[in-house]
Design a protein around this ligand. Structure first.
Ligand code: NAG
Length: 382
């Protein structure tokens, strides 16, 4: 009676015996589906791979696994539901599928001598993955996935993630399972059954979207998979910030140049300290700037009175009045040597103050330096 039933089943299911299951190398596990509602007496269930020796992948007897003769490459990597023989769910879970796990797997049930082949699965372990990059601030990104066109009516597609935890990103058949993180952000072409294009459009990509996505197509007996790795690139530096930085650098360069050129204006006046009663004091003023021959050098005191002019004998009578003390002198040829230092003889306490050395040409100042003179002493000593 049982044998008869088996024969009928064998004939009926022969055409739908095969299936393809695809998995990506590095996946946690892959399920090789196999179902049957026949219950022979004293049954045992065998998963085999005929190209291997020994060819046993997994064997279940009554309620125990019998793995004595298991091919060692599957050791500790296979499992079946404990109640498989009661429920008729003979699916095999293969953990950590590797490239060499690809091949043809058979699920058979046996009730004594007669063995009935229930299912043949061609397992493909895919290596390599597609990579897609999206930059922060993009409107959307397409995760590409293609399968054969003219898919059967009941084909369903799932986009999932397994890291950092399992997430349903999009399901063509039941969006209620979708993870909240992806709500209202995913879309697949309505026409995918005809075109076979099951790519996913992900809108408003954000931090956290980067990672591995698996597109799974359930087509008849087949489970087809494709992995897409999405790289989420944060804008390293917003463009307005780059522009600002460039501007800042330019401003720095220009101001450094300006400062260098007019550094004599900005530097604090050096202090020259002497005791009253010394013969003379030198107020330093040196430059490496080129000083044109017609330039005019002028020393002024803190009250902006001219104390010395070069060349001597300025034709401004007012200046001559101020410089007639004859206590000041400069070296020869100051414009050529760049040494505009002023010697002040017999400095007195009252001479203390800020002195300015100025070079101008046609009334335009081209150099200005200050010296702070401090003459120690007291009024009554002068
Ligand atoms: C059959 O068992 C596997 C686990 O071994 C499970 O993932 C799968 O969902 C089961 N199938 C059905 C239809 O319950």
């Amino acid at each position: 009676m049982i044998m008869k039933m088996m024969m009928v089943l064998l004939l009926v299911s022969q055409h739908a015996l095969g299936g393809v299951v695809e998995v990506n190398e590095g996946a946690e596990s892959v399920l090789l589906p196999c179902y049957s509602d026949i219950q022979p007496e004293d049954p045992f269930l065998i998963w085999t791979r005929s190209d291997l020796s020994p060819n046993f992948v997994h064997l279940r007897r009554e309620n125990d696994d019998d793995l004595k003769n298991q091919n060692q490459r599957f050791r500790n990597r296979t499992s079946m539901n404990p109640d498989a023989l009661d429920t008729g769910n003979f699916s095999l879970t293969l953990r950590k599928p590797e490239r060499f796990d690809g091949g043809n797997y058979s699920c058979s049930i046996s009730g004594g001598i007669k063995e009935l082949n229930l299912k043949r699965i061609h397992l493909k372990v895919k290596v390599g993955q597609q990579e897609v990059e999206v930059t922060e601030g993009s409107d959307s990104v397409v995760l590409p996935c293609r399968t054969s066109s003219l898919l059967p009516e009941d084909t369903s597609v799932e986009w999932t993630r397994s890291e950092p935890e399992f997430m349903m990103v999009h399901s063509s058949s039941n969006q209620r399972n979708q993870d909240g993180f992806y709500r209202d952000r995913t879309e697949m072409s309505k026409d995918f059954l005809r075109t076979g294009d099951v790519s996913l459009t992900l809108r408003n990509p954000r931090d956290g979207d980067g990672g591995r996505y698996v597109c799974t197509v359930h087509r008849d007996q087949d489970v087809l998979r494709q992995t897409v790795v999405l790289k989420y690139v944060k804008e390293p530096f917003p463009s307005w910030a780059s522009a600002l930085l460039v501007l800042l650098v330019l401003v720095l360069i220009v101001s450094a140049g300006v400062f260098y050129h007019f550094k004599d204006y900005f530097l604090k006046a050096p202090l020259v300290k002497v005791d009253s009663g010394v013969k003379s004091v030198l107020l330093p003023c040196k430059t490496k700037l080129y000083l044109p021959g017609g330039a005019r050098v002028e020393w002024r005191d803190g009250e902006n009175r001219t104390v010395h002019v070069y060349p001597n004998g300025s034709d401004d009578p007012e200046e001559q009045n101020l410089t007639n003390s004859k206590r000041t002198r400069m070296n020869d040829d100051p414009l050529k040597t760049g040494d505009l230092s002023l010697t002040l003889e017999h400095p007195r306490f009252a001479d203390s103050g800020i002195y300015t050395c100025r070079v101008s040409i046609w009334k335009r100042v081209i150099l200005m330096k200050q010296v702070h003179l401090q003459v120690k002493g007291q009024w009554y000593k002068c």
